[in-house]
Write a new protein. Structure first.
Lengths: 794, 413
């Protein structure tokens, strides 16, 4: 590889005192730190009696030290928190404490950071399921089937970390099956229609029992239920996968207001149905209106329209004609197929001369070399050479080496010489590209990233997908390493609609919104939320939209904790008790003065995923705020601490129960660092609604009544008392640097696929610092991160 | 996983099957564990199914009496169900998976119990599992990604796949297909290997793990290839004829049970799941004059309930004969039933209201200490997943949970 010598050169230039750094880490340990450990810690943590498997005495050379990152940063945490030495032992002298901490923060951190930089902060991984799907969609115009690949794991909430991405035997086979399926079904198809069809289907009557859907005389079908029996179509079936322009003729029946509804696609006929939400539209009242949108449809998919917020007023076996409430009146659906020939076919065969393309198609793909009229052997191989040079570069996200290209062409030659049809030989090598680790894995050599590797990292960061032709070309020419070009490309990628995938995926993984469907709030306690799924969907769009605005307008990250505006629609405004907003589309509104809302942490989606269906937990929410927003590492309880059974018989609220729990000093020290945030958030229930009293189950009409009062007061870890969320918010907002640090650490994990460890702290601080003049603007932080060694080195 | 059920085999030599002995012991090893999972889509009438008292000295209920002298060979459960199934026939797709809320807009199914058990067996048998049904619906079996699996319903077809040699051209095609897959995976593995030298130490572990998975799948395909050309066991009986009459559901059930026993006996598979689809017509059973579905929605009408009991007694009679036949099949002194867990139940508890709590569940065989009624709380049901954990552990799968439910179940030894 040409680049390697330069990498070596850079490594030498970057750390000329590399030898010196290494010297410095082990020597001060031996002379300053080890003696303290031997006299003060070895009693419990010596090699003879290693409590909690921690051994602190004993000489250590550089090799051993550089592998002990976890250990010494844990030691630092425990000493800083005052948890070690334990209360029953004599505490460390200030000088002793300082010596240990200074060494850990100084020479030791440098040692570990240098090692990570040399070897790479992350290791090889395969593409995540969504990265793979997006890559296929961007290159070929087709997404793989939903259940073709297993779900990815999560490490610290992130899918992009290597240890979250094992490769199962079935997964490996799936890459082959998917590739062959695509070739077989969509490439060089004989008699493929020249023009794309328009599918048109009329609304269908009830599939369950007659009269369940109201049939108006003119063929209009009205559905009254917000469930999967609504809005079916007659014989709507997708033959060809891709992006469709879809139009529906609908209106809101028996209603004066517009009725929001969702387009759901998938296996609408199976039992149970497995559906995907594809888009939100609003049916205006009165007369039929044609609404239009673009959605991706899979082959064989059906479609149905399901109105939001109506509950189930027409249960099974009852008559829709009795219903006086609003309904969704549906007449027809039209879907315009993606243009022909399909993108996959067009793109793969773009170098084929027209006569060759036609000949291969006409013979049902069976034409062999001997019979071929449009090309001879040399010409065909020349076309193959050009084709695989072009597509190989896009599949592998780098130019093929000449030997790789030669191997492909040789293999095709070998096949056609033994009588394999030309089309089959060609397709076999496309499958070869798609089943190669160079396609389905992210491959980076240690050290500073080559331009092409940097291009991949950038596009999987901001588009969750493969680089486009332009980005790849910039990298190919060696221009991406120029900070100005890198910045320009970053801006270009952010402005592209594909950056919406970054917004969605990052918000999902950073804030844990993938759990939004995991719990169902108790229907008796929270009937309004359960009645209208649109609140739940809107809450996710709210958080995404909020983040998007902060990103696109480069607002300061302080907004994540304290913003004077919210991004809401009608159902959310009602849910939050804010001044009325009309319509289902989300827009930014100014919040009233001293509103308890403002920022990510008081948004419904966040508050829902940090609670279960029945009760909130100040501990869970408090830990979430500390870890996700403030970037503070909250360790799990030490294994030696036994769970205490406090006597909670006298307690009433969860907070009071926790009080008893925290009276134990071994728990209190840690809990004081996050519980207070959770106490302030007790003002919000499991759906993110505001409350001054807890809801308690009741047998009366509403199903619930007001219970004990909420006490949202507390004291910050720094010792400042607050009465509730409004005061706490102001306090946190005074420290935007902390918020910026938190966000940056999370961006680092997402963007580089390796969590930010204490060894990275200095680099993270530098990124944060560079945005301080800019109010810690989110976009500025992003640029800074991309330009840093954290991003530009493996 | 590729389903080998779909491909027919050719054989060189034939293997004669000695009488009623199990083939699994032909090479002298310890007999393997088996599992049969049966779901009756229309449920079992609760008052006739559940005994009143719990424990070992329970008074047999009407349906337990049908099972007669098998009392010590089974455990009957009450107060047990999968949480959050909704109240609908859609729950049949979740009977073996426990995936929640099948009626929600965002429902995604998960892996089924038979698939998990089959993964344990791997390539040791020709078929990792057999998914059977009395009719064209196979809602029980789901892959590891929750995808549906096409099952088998025609006995002639099942018999052919198990015991008849396939056409040479088809076998050759299957072998070619498998070899092709192996060669692509082989190349994938080679390329992963060649990356080792180019990348760093930290990458090598992941590369090694990925390579191992690829090699694993290569081995699986190769094992499939060996099965493709291996001789099938010979059964000294004629292939069965399909029962064209849909209303003869009892006939169809008995035939499926017969084939299941043959499959287990010849070690063609160790995991069988069977879905008994409820009829929307009058079943061909003496004394029954109305359609089965209508009977299940009895609305407390005693005449309907009486006929419903006739239908369900007939179903359980077939089940009784099946379990008895497993007891009669000898394996090294012990019987096939001792190594075979047989679960029968339904995704519906109160079929008339489509209720999905308080499911009728019965587990026979497998070497458990049976002969009791394990009564759970009717208002606060035990999760059925706990029983599945017990069953998996008995089967040899080391696991602590199924579908996010930790097991095992209390009271079953």
């Amino acid at each position: 590889m040409k680049i390697l010598p330069i990498a070596v050169l850079l490594a030498i230039l970057a750390a000329p005192a590399d030898g010196g750094v290494q010297e410095d880490a082990a020597t001060p340990f031996q002379s300053h730190v080890l003696p303290i450990l031997q006299s003060r810690c070895a009693k419990c943590h010596g090699s003879s009696k290693a409590k909690a498997n921690v051994v602190l005495d004993g000489t250590r050379g550089l090799d051993r030290l550089s592998g002990e990152g976890d250990l010494w940063f844990r030691v630092r945490d425990q000493i800083q928190a005052g948890q070690m030495p334990p209360p029953e032992e004599t505490p460390l002298q200030p000088a002793e404490r300082e010596k240990i901490l200074a060494w850990i923060r100084g020479e030791f951190t440098d040692l570990v950071a240098a090692k990570r930089k040399r070897e790479g902060r992350r290791h090889l991984r395969r593409l995540t399921r969504s990265e793979y799907s997006n890559t296929l969609e961007d290159l070929l115009g087709i997404r793989p089937p939903l259940d073709a690949l297993p779900q990815d794991g999560r490490v610290d909430g992130y899918e992009k970390v290597g240890s979250a991405l094992p490769l199962t035997p079935e997964g490996a086979l799936s890459y082959l099956n998917i590739a062959e399926y695509l070739m077989r079904s969509y490439v060089l198809k004989p008699n493929a229609p020249d023009a794309s069809r328009t599918i048109r289907s009329v609304a269908k009557e009830s599939e369950q029992s007659k009269g369940h859907i109201l049939e108006l005389g003119d063929g209009t079908m009205v559905s009254f239920n917000s469930d999967v029996t609504s809005g079916p179509f007659k014989n709507f079936s997708v033959q060809v996968p891709g992006v469709y322009r879809v139009r529906v003729s609908v209106y809101a029946y028996q209603s004066e207001k517009p009725l929001p509804f969702g387009i759901y696609v998938g296996s609408t006929w199976s039992y149970p149905q497995q559906l995907e939400f594809a888009g939100l539209l609003e049916a205006p009242p009165g007369k039929a209106t044609v609404l239009e949108t673009e959605i991706y449809l899979r082959e064989g998919s059906g479609a149905r329209l399901i109105p939001f917020g109506l509950g189930v007023p027409v249960p099974k076996n009852s008559q829709a004609s009795q219903c006086r409430g609003p309904g969704l009146a549906v007449q027809w659906i039209e879907a315009v197929e993606p243009e022909r020939p399909l993108k996959i076919d067009r793109w793969l065969t773009a170098d084929f001369p027209r006569p060759l393309s036609e000949e291969l198609r006409s013979q049902n793909g069976q034409v062999v070399l001997k019979q071929a009229k449009s090309v001879n052997r040399a010409e065909f191989l020349s076309v193959m050479q050009a084709t695989f040079k072009r597509i190989g570069a896009r599949f592998y996200r780098r130019d093929l080496t000449s030997s790789e290209l030669q191997q492909i062409v040789n293999e095709i030659a070998r096949q056609i010489d033994t009588g394999v049809p030309l089309a089959a030989a060609f397709q076999s090598q496309v499958v070869d590209l798609m089943t190669s680790p160079d396609f389905f894995c992210v491959i980076e050599a240690p050290g500073p990233l080559r331009d092409v590797a940097l291009a991949s990292r950038l596009s999987y960061f901001l588009w969750n997908s493969t680089p486009d032709e332009r980005l790849l070309d910039t990298a190919r020419k060696g221009r991406l390493r120029d900070p100005k070009v890198l910045r320009d490309e970053t801006e270009r990628l952010l402005k592209d609609p594909k950056s919406e995938r970054f917004v969605k995926e990052f918000v999902d993984q950073w804030l844990g919104l993938n759990a939004i469907h995991d719990t169902t709030p108790d229907a008796k306690l929270y009937p309004e939320y359960g009645r209208n799924e649109l609140i739940k969907y809107s809450s996710v769009w709210e958080t995404q939209g909020f983040f998007r605005r902060v990103l696109m307008e480069n607002l300061g990250v302080r907004a994540f904790v304290d913003a004077p505006w919210a991004y809401i629609n009608e159902p959310l405004a009602r849910h939050y008790g804010l001044p009325e907003v009309s319509g289902a589309s989300l827009r930014a509104v100014t919040l009233p003065e001293s509103s308890p809302f403002g920022g990510l942490w008081t948004q419904s989606a966040v508050l829902k995923v940090t609670a279960n269906g029945t009760a909130t937990s100040p501990v869970k929410r408090g830990v979430w705020v500390a870890r996700r927003l403030l970037g503070i590492d909250i360790p799990p309880p030490p294994p030696t601490v036994t769970a205490i059974e406090p006597d909670t018989r006298g307690a009433k609220t969860l907070r009071e129960q926790l009080e008893l729990h925290r009276n134990n000093p071994s728990c209190a020290a840690c809990h004081a660092r996050f519980d207070p945030y959770g106490f302030a958030l007790e003002s919000f229930d499991v759906t993110g609604g505001l409350r001054t009293q807890y809801r308690v189950a009741d047998s009366g009409r509403t199903g619930w009544r007001e219970g004990p009062a909420v006490d949202p007061s507390g004291t910050t870890p720094e010792g400042a008392p607050f009465r509730g969320i409004v005061e706490l918010r102001r306090m946190l907002a005074r420290n935007p640097q902390q918020i910026a640090t938190g966000v940056t650490r999370h961006l680092v994990t997402y963007a580089t696929g390796a969590p930010a460890t204490p060894a990275d702290q200095k680099a993270v601080d530098a990124v944060v610092q560079s945005a301080s003049a800019d109010n810690y603007g989110l976009r500025t932080l992003l640029h800074s991160l991309i330009d840093s060694d954290l991003f530009r080195w493996k | 996983m590729i389903s080998r059920r779909h491909f027919l085999r050719a054989g060189a030599a034939v293997l004669a099957l000695p009488r009623l002995e199990s083939l699994a012991l032909a090479d002298g090893k310890a007999p393997p564990n088996r599992m049969v999972l049966i779901c009756a889509g229309f449920g079992f009438y609760g008052s006739a199914f559940f005994p009143e008292k719990g424990g070992r000295d329970y008074e047999p209920s009407d349906y337990m009496k049908v099972l007669g002298d098998l009392r010590d060979q089974f455990t009957v459960f009450s107060g047990i169900s999968h949480p959050q199934m909704g109240a609908d026939h859609a729950s049949e797709s979740c009977f073996l998976t426990g995936a929640k809320n099948p009626l929600s807009n965002t429902f995604r199914n998960t892996v089924s119990l038979d698939t998990v058990a089959a993964q344990q067996v791997g390539n040791a048998t020709r078929f990792p599992l057999l998914s059977l049904g009395t009719d064209d619906s196979f809602p029980l079996t789901k892959t590891s990604t929750g995808a549906s699996v096409q099952g088998l319903s025609r006995p002639s077809d099942i018999f052919a796949r198990l015991f008849l040699t396939g056409k040479p051209a088809e076998v050759a095609q299957e072998v070619a297909r498998l070899k092709h897959g192996e060669s692509i995976l082989d190349r994938m593995g080679d390329r992963l290997g060649s990356l080792k030298s180019k990348l760093g130490a930290a990458d090598r572990q992941q590369l090694a793990d990925y390579s191992e998975s690829v090699r694993d799948m290569e081995k699986q395909l190769h094992a499939n290839e060996v099965w493709a050309t291996k001789a099938k066991p010979v059964i000294p009986e004629a292939p069965p004829a399909d029962i064209a009459d849909k209303s003869d559901v009892i006939g169809r059930i008995r035939l499926l049970f017969h084939l299941a026993r043959l499959a287990l006996r010849t070690d063609s598979t160790r995991v069988v799941s069977i879905f008994i689809r409820g009829l929307d017509m009058k079943p061909k059973i003496d004394g029954v004059t109305q359609d089965h579905h209508g009977l299940t929605h009895h609305g407390m009408n005693p005449a309907k309930i009486d006929e419903l009991r006739i239908v369900e007694r007939a179903e359980l009679g077939a089940f009784r004969d099946f379990v008895a036949s497993l007891r009669e099949t000898k394996e090294n002194g012990a019987c096939l039933l001792d190594r075979t867990q047989v679960l029968i139940g339904s995704n519906l508890g109160d079929a008339s209201g489509h209720g999905t709590t308080n499911l009728p569940i019965l587990l026979a065989g497998g070497g458990f200490r049976h002969g009791q009624h394990l009564a759970g709380d009717r208002r606060n049901n035990t999760p059925l997943g706990k029983l599945f954990v017990s069953m998996l552990r008995k089967f040899g799968v080391e696991t602590e949970s199924f579908a996010n439910i930790s097991g095992p179940i209390d009271g079953l030894a």
